[in-house]
Design a protein around this ligand. Structure first.
Ligand code: JFZ
Length: 412
């Protein structure tokens, strides 16, 4: 019960912003550039001299953009696998505070979130590629120990120095030379001890599943496969390998797809954490801004069918499997998100309930609806799709949504 209460806001939020931003943004070839190109550490470290966003840049811009997109929480990379911290750390000099920028971006971000009533998430990579012990802990046991110790210290700093934090989003728990078993990972990072400390400092915090312990929620990546536990799907707008700024990144998902992904998450009771990779100066590329604003506009109209929705019963609205669109449910309402418009009549199967009223969301006009054997025929729809990103039809039901199972019923 306690658990549920703590997660309530998160479970209703449905949509958040992920931000990957750090030294790698300067090179514009993704956040893995250090490892993938095997850049000598000495050379990579020098990027910190060039990481100096203009005074005019404030993380508040990200927060305002997230608001405009209809997002309810944010997660910022306070430190990625390269070890560069966007916050002040007593145990590292490789931070934005002690190099050219001389700024604590985590502090600025946290303050901006609070100002705009945005829930605050911090991403922290446990692994740090600068440590030889990360790659070979048998050969460099001291280095491995130091890396783990650094993680404990820095997580403590993040949990102590910035007031109330809503989400701790671990990453980089995997360790070369292990089988990647969760227990093994958790033991190597001493994750139980780590997370006990976190919960002591931040009693209401939500922790993801990437420290080798399940904790509060699962994190399917780049897909929206639901799990039984609370889950959140994180996804890039561009291709798979571009969480951090990737300058030439031509394959951006269209807004229609991003909205469908969001609906897919909501209909399966999960959250959608959509990533942006700001440029080194902190600005957000036009392709991302445009899409986020379009989603925001759609949510302004259709948010009722997203926020606070619950996991729909399996196969609810048979066509939910993909013919016209997907259903979300909340209380005794069902919302039919029609992505592929059928014309003036929509035939929806797989709903057992009696339908009390049918309307296009945002309109008061009742649509004529005929109901037989779980088959719903909605008449008098506009011939052309009213909304190119997805039109929502609200069904008021006589009770909790229930699925009508056709699987053993022959056609007439
Ligand atoms: C990690 C990072 O390596 C990546 O740079 C980005 O930050 C992303 C959000 O997370 O990548 C992963 C983590 C987990 C899996 C795959 C990539 N996984 O579980 O399949």
């Amino acid at each position: 019960m306690e658990e549920n209460k703590k997660m309530k806001w998160w479970d209703e939020a449905r949509f958040g912003m992920f931000i990957h931003w750090g030294l790698y943004s300067i090179l514009g070839r993704g956040e893995w550039v250090l490892l993938v190109e095997r850049i000598p550490l000495k050379e990579y470290t020098k990027l910190a001299d060039r990481f100096k966003p203009p005074k005019s840049f404030s993380p508040e811009k990200w927060v305002k953009l997230a608001k405009e997109a209809g997002m309810k929480y944010m997660v910022l990379t306070t430190r990625h696998h390269d070890g560069f911290c966007l916050f002040n750390s007593k145990v590292s000099d490789f931070t934005s505070v002690k190099t050219a920028a001389k700024r604590d971006f985590v502090e600025e971000y946290v303050n901006a979130c609070r100002k705009h009533n945005m829930r605050i998430g911090l991403y922290y990579s446990l692994l740090d590629w600068r440590f030889p012990g990360y790659f070979d802990r048998e050969k460099y046991p001291e280095s491995f120990k130091d890396m783990v110790e650094q993680a404990h210290q820095q997580v403590r700093e993040l949990m102590t120095n910035y007031g109330k934090i809503d989400i701790l989003w671990y990453d980089g728990g995997w360790i070369p030379g292990t089988k990647g078993e969760m227990d093994e990972i958790a033991a190597l990072w001493r994750s139980k001890e780590l997370n006990d400390m976190v919960r002591k400092l931040q009693p209401d915090i939500l922790i993801n599943n990437r420290s080798g312990l399940p904790e509060d929620f699962d994190t399917p990546e780049q897909h929206t496969t639901p799990s039984e536990r609370p889950w959140e799907s994180c996804m890039t707008i561009g291709d798979f390998c571009a969480w951090g700024y990737f300058k030439h990144n031509p394959n951006m998902k269209p807004t229609t797809q991003l909205i469908q992904n969001l609906v897919s998450c909501a209909s399966n009771g999960g959250n959608y954490l959509l990533n942006i990779g700001p440029k080194p100066d902190g600005s957000v590329r036009n392709e991302e801004v445009k899409r986020l604003k379009e989603i925001g506009k759609w949510l302004n109209k259709n948010g009722e069918a997203i926020y606070g929705t619950e996991r729909r019963p399996k196969d609810f609205g048979f066509w939910g499997a993909g013919m016209l669109g997907m259903a979300t449910v909340k209380g005794t309402n069902a919302y039919l998100h029609i992505f592929r418009w059928p014309g003036d009549t929509a035939v929806i199967t797989g709903i057992k309930n009696k339908v009390l009223s049918t309307r296009i969301l945002g309109s008061n006009r009742r649509l004529k609806t005929i109901k037989e054997d779980g088959k719903l025929i909605i008449k008098g729809l506009p011939v052309e799709p009213p909304d190119r990103y997805g039109t929502v039809i609200t069904l008021e039901l006589d009770g909790k949504p229930e699925t009508f199972d056709y699987s053993r019923i022959p056609l007439i």
